[in-house]
Ligand binder design. Sequence first.
Ligand SMILES: Nc1ncnc2c1ncn2[C@@H]1O[C@H](COP(=O)(O)OP(=O)(O)OP(=O)(O)O)[C@@H](O)[C@H]1O
Ligand SMILES: [Mg+2]
Length: 419
Amino acid sequence: MSKGHLYVGLDIGSAEIRAVIAEEISVEEPLRVIGVGVAPSLGMRRGIVADTNNVAKACNSALEQAERMAGHPAESLVASVSGTEIFCQNALGVIAVGRADGEVSEDDVARVLEEVQARLAMPLNREIIHVIPKDYRLDDQKNIKDPIGMRGVRLEMNALVISGSMSHLKNLSRSLEIAGTSAESFVVEPLASAEAVLSTRQKELGTALINIGGSTTSLAVFEDGDLIHLAILPVGSSHITNDIAIGLRTSIDVAEAVKLQFGSAVPDEVGKKEEIDLSIFDAQEDVLVSQRHVAEIIEARFEEILSFVNTELKNIGREGLLPGGVVLTGGGALLPGATELAKKILRLPVQIGYPKSLGGILDQVDTPQFSTAIGLLLLAQSNHSHKNAFSSSGLLRIFPESIHAILKKTERWLKQFLP
Ligand SMILES: Nc1ncnc2c1ncn2[C@@H]1O[C@H](COP(=O)(O)OP(=O)(O)OP(=O)(O)O)[C@@H](O)[C@H]1O
Ligand SMILES: [Mg+2]
């Protein structure tokens, strides 16, 4: 029987739904994983809910497995949100410092944060999911990380605001409701993966996290410790499977098995004469196919995915310019040759990102496919220990350390956002 506080991370992926329950014995110790559940994803299309009942069924199945293993109900969970409707934009808030002596107070920081949101003309069909403060400017002084206690007249905050489609968020909530549960908060997928995979040093140096999932590839770019860009692209590893099915004129199931067992993103590393006997996957498919041909199909699609990522990096002026390089995670990162091809296309150092190690039953979660679920747990824990604020719709706002402390003390701010 568990004693500590329980956290539940639910990664609603397009290939699989993953639920992880973890226990916090003490804040000094890593979380202990006590329950894991995985179910094939149903009703999701490119990260968007296409059928609420099917999504509910799949979530239920993953949660039930995790609950049985943990011997505990999965309450107050944190869920991932993905899909091409997620956008990030830079935003600015400006206020006049309140105190007569010009000393910036916690209340000023809370006000400027409100101002960032108020200034954004968010369309009615979009919802702010996260507001991530980057830096402040106090009169002429720029790049301030924590302005409290400094003196000035005009306080500006630069922030990155991440928003999503209101209907998508509502459909996700509805699916969880049908599944008999609810999300305490939602976190965008690449942010959760980055939390699980990237070190503080990588975020400082300048690093791009790329999560290659089933039907999406998501990207989060960090520099000087701050998130500077985030994007979700509508293409992932299932597109490679589809290409193999078309190229070999075989079923999706056989194509997926071929990819998992014989796939490579580097054709030159596959012998010209190597052949795959498709009958080992399906007795009716009595054909031999060239393994190098399969690798060529994979390479073409993988190159395309990486070129989309490169375009995103180019758009923010970081193409080939991130000293911390690239970290590939998600199930698609497991493809042999993925790092080699990514190095060639992105012209950056590349490595595979595994989730930070926790305690408890680790064998199941120590894989790039669990990065998002583990990141959700870590963010839920950080949020809980900082008594962070939730928006009226229950969406988590993620703040750096300096802001957590302020939120803890600022009653007015908390009241405004507590449901
Ligand atoms: N060992 C492997 N080699 C190659 N590809 C793999 C391997 N294991 C899993 N994959 C691929 O990874 C994909 C699923 O990845 P993941 O579980 O991260 O996706 P997801 O989170 O469900 O989807 P999304 O993030 O797009 O919503 C599948 O297309 C699968 O074929
Ligand atoms: Mg995923």
